[in-house]
Design a protein around this ligand. Structure first.
Ligand code: ADP
Ligand code: MG
Length: 525
């Protein structure tokens, strides 16, 4: 029978590293947190081979005292907590005292640090998990951590790493999270190309310090493109010692995936189901199904309102009053959106209250009035179209069977049209009476679906009909995404989109699949 034994420290650290250090980007996350906790104002990151060969983070923060240096790579060593009370009053990004120990157990690490009071800096290094004593070295104030050969001694982990470019994109994502929350800090990321040296490193991200309040938009435009900043509304509110600052996309601006939702608690990037649910609920009947808003929420609250000690990478927290927070956020977002699109103001107040069927009609029109703005962009919803008696007039008109407007993909819906009453609203939605309810068809979505089916058939039959553009379409992409381009170009080629780099942050689209004829190419790419 196997006996119970105490694990050696090196193995304990490797197990801890398994939770915290998944890839180069996780090292960078921990190092940036340490630099921010040390009150740095400038953080410079250098990598080689997607961070697998080398990660170096240089900061200008407070530094570490020479006597403390031998402790930094030991587990459960931290300057950020002293007693249990501190654990419920965490003001720093780090507090577990595990990051450097974890990293040192799976990589070769060197750390150089100098405080303001010392004349010399000191260097301490870990080679093959062996700690060497500190040695004096020339240094400026701050701390440099250099991580080489990540996972050199854990081949199973190394196998999970992806291509250099994919790792780079994870790194860029991590940096973007911090850069957006800390606009007053300058950040840079440089890449040393393979088979090249330090002198030839390429600067991929170079973000100067911005004013703390107004700099968020600068940072958003760097990572997500200029156009996003024009689509966001900013709002703030405070209640019960909770403050929320938010950048919210209008319902007219949506994304096809949900990843553009960023939640911060006391400037810590977190993932939280309650916050996601609140955002979903606030937007859900304002935007079409399958589309997502761009939302950035900064929550600030006293540390006894939540617990951050629930997840090794501190990406999850537990709120004290989850549902109250949820409801407050839903009503905050809805209020902001309603004010902006003057939802209620635009409804022609009828002399008498609606009743019965009329009320239902009005609810349907309200619903479409907000979501149809996306589809019929320059056509403001004409709510007045329904009379107080519920009589459809003008833009809310019954369509005789089989005679939907030319834009409607008739073939697909004709089978239903023969039997029932059909309405078309704002040339965007078709409502059909069915035996026991109504059927609502989003014309736009239906059309997309038909195109998608055509397109997938072509891709799987190896023959995408390509159309060469007479004049290549030039598109700007967010500067932060340029490094990913090499990775995605072959995939685009496969589906008939030929792209060439054009210099700077510009690309030229040379050909497109013919089914994408009417698509907004810059949005699509
Ligand atoms: P934690 O951040 O949870 O305390 P770490 O293992 O990340 O644990 O770091 C251990 C300690 O090393 C920190 O508490 C801090 O005192 C010191 N330290 C690490 N990085 C830096 C840095 N860049 N500048 C100043 N001190 C640092
Ligand atoms: Mg830390």
């Amino acid at each position: 029978m196997n006996r119970i034994k105490v694990l050696p420290v090196s193995l304990v650290n490797k197990i801890a590293a398994g939770e915290v250090i998944e890839r180069p980007a996780s090292c960078i996350k921990e190092l940036i947190e340490n630099s921010l906790d040390a009150e740095s104002s400038d953080i410079k990151i250098t990598i080689r081979e997607g961070g697998k060969k080398l990660i170096r983070v240089v900061d200008n923060g407070r530094g570490i005292l020479p006597d403390d240096l031998p402790l930094v790579f030991k587990s459960h060593t931290t300057s950020k907590l002293s007693d249990e009370n501190d654990l419920y009053n965490i003001k720093t990004l780090g507090f577990r005292g595990e990051a450097l120990a974890s990293i040192a157990s799976v990589a070769q690490v060197r750390l150089i640090s100098k405080t303001a009071d010392q004349s010399d800096g000191y260097e301490i290094r870990i080679r093959d998990a062996k700690l060497y004593p500190p040695e004096p070295t020339a240094a400026t104030q701050g701390t440099t951590v250099e991580i080489e050969k990540l996972f050199y001694n854990t081949p199973a982990r190394r196998k999970f790493l992806k291509s250099d470019n994919v790792e780079l994109s994870h790194i860029s994502d991590i940096i973007s999270r911090f850069a957006i929350a800390y606009p007053e800090i300058s950040f840079s990321l440089s890449n040393i190309p393979a088979r090249s040296d330090e002198a030839n490193k390429i600067i991929l991200i170079d973000l100067p310090a911005e004013p703390k309040e107004s700099g968020v938009l600068e940072r958003l435009s760097f990572f997500y493109g200029n156009e996003i900043t024009e689509e966001l509304l900013f709002a703030e509110e405070e209640w019960d010692r909770i403050k929320i600052s938010a950048y919210l996309s209008l319902p007219t601006y949506t994304k096809p995936i949900s990843k553009y939702q960023f939640h911060y608690l006391n400037r810590r990037f977190i993932r939280d189901k309650t916050l996601s649910r609140a955002v979903y609920q606030a937007y859900h009947n304002l935007i079409p199904q399958g589309r997502y808003p761009f939302v950035l929420l900064f929550l600030t609250m006293p540390s006894d309102y939540f617990d951050v000690n629930v997840h090794p990478t501190k990406i999850e927290v537990r709120f004290r009053d989850t549902w109250k927070l949820h409801d407050s956020i839903v009503s905050f977002i809805r209020k902001q959106l309603a004010e902006k699109i003057s939802l209620s103001a635009s409804i022609d107040a009828p002399g008498e209250p609606y009743q019965g069927k009329e009320r239902v009609m009005q609810a349907i029109v309200d619903f479409f009035a907000t979501s149809s703005q996306r589809d019929v962009s320059n056509q403001k919803p004409t709510i007045r179209a329904v009379s107080p008696q519920g009589e459809p007039v003008d833009s809310f008109r019954p369509v005789p069977s089989g005679q939907v407007s030319p834009q409607t993909p008739q073939n697909e819906i004709r089978p239903h049209l023969d039997q029932a009453r059909v309405f078309q609203i704002h040339n965007a939605y078709i409502i059909q009476e069915t035996q026991d309810g109504i059927l609502i068809i989003d014309q736009h979505a239906l059309h997309e679906r038909i195109l998608y089916n055509q397109f997938s058939r072509q891709v799987s039959n190896q023959g995408v009909h390509k159309q060469r553009l007479l004049i290549p379409r030039v598109v700007d992409i967010p500067k932060s995404k340029i490094s990913l381009l090499q990775e995605v170009i072959p995939h685009f080629n496969k589906v008939g989109i030929e792209i060439e780099e054009f210099g700077g942050n510009t690309i030229a689209i040379q050909s497109i699949p013919s089914v994408l004829n009417n698509v907004d190419l810059s949005e699509f790419v």
